[in-house]
Ligand binder design. Sequence first.
Ligand code: ZN
Length: 322
Amino acid sequence: MYFNKNNNFFHGIMFHHFHDNSIHKNSQGSLNKDDFYKIINFIGKKNILDANLFFEKFKHNKLKENEVCITFDDAIKCQIDIALPVLEDLKIKSFFFVYTSIFEGKPDNLEFFRYFRTNYFNSIEEFYENFYKILDKDLKTFFKKNQKKIKSIKTKFPFYSVEDIKFRLIRDTFLTKKKYEETMFLMFKEKRFNQKNLLKKLFFQKEDLNELNNLGHIIGLHSHNHPTMLENLNYEDQKNEYEKCMNIISEILNKPKHEIKYMSHPCGSYNKDTLQILDDLGLELGFKQIMEIEVERGMNKVNNSHLEIARQDHSEILKRMN
Ligand SMILES: [Zn+2]
């Protein structure tokens, strides 16, 4: 049984990467077609609402505690190649949250980094080891100072390993984005990896967005540049992130902006400014990416507001199935 006392409230199910071992290699946390069928089966197809129905029921306060919807983040091509045929087979309509710098040919380097990690190292541990070696900084004190934080992140995001969390802390707080990317590019060089020509293979094209829309799936915002810590940006920069994203989606789909009412927070990162900006843009449904009540943010319920609806990561479901 998927539903239990810890998740007896409506929420989204969050998916990112898929693999088929031809175009898309098996990578950290990725699913194949069969895994996807099994997860849907485990949740129970009757509990999975089409995206538009989920929204309608949400708006009218009619969602039941065992009702969920399926969501995809980041506009990555493997979702079209592997997950979409399953959705169409089962006649499930989902949310796709896309960041839009992709459509200007400037995706975040995140996916290239992931591709590199997956294709040029035998394991994620080997990658971390290489990264720390090239970075060549004393990290012991930093990890020691952040012991408590690492523990609390592990509780919030149980699907990350401690090594993943440590790496993310180094990437997001110890290093600047610039320094992090420089280190990665040094590694690219060392392994003679060239990320050009991968754009089409890794990311949605404009046609994909239109295809999804025509099939009845719902496209929503996920910022323009996909910053890992959006909450650290000032008000104006955050506003730009979402306005630009909305303008580009509206233009590609040839749809008025007021019809785009849905979003998910990149890396789950937002603050009061973000929520104000999203409200001003007329967004009516937003997803975070955790299932917990964040007491430190002053929350007393899990679906804290229309822009803070909980999502379960697929890896957590997989764990429970096994
Ligand atoms: Zn994302």
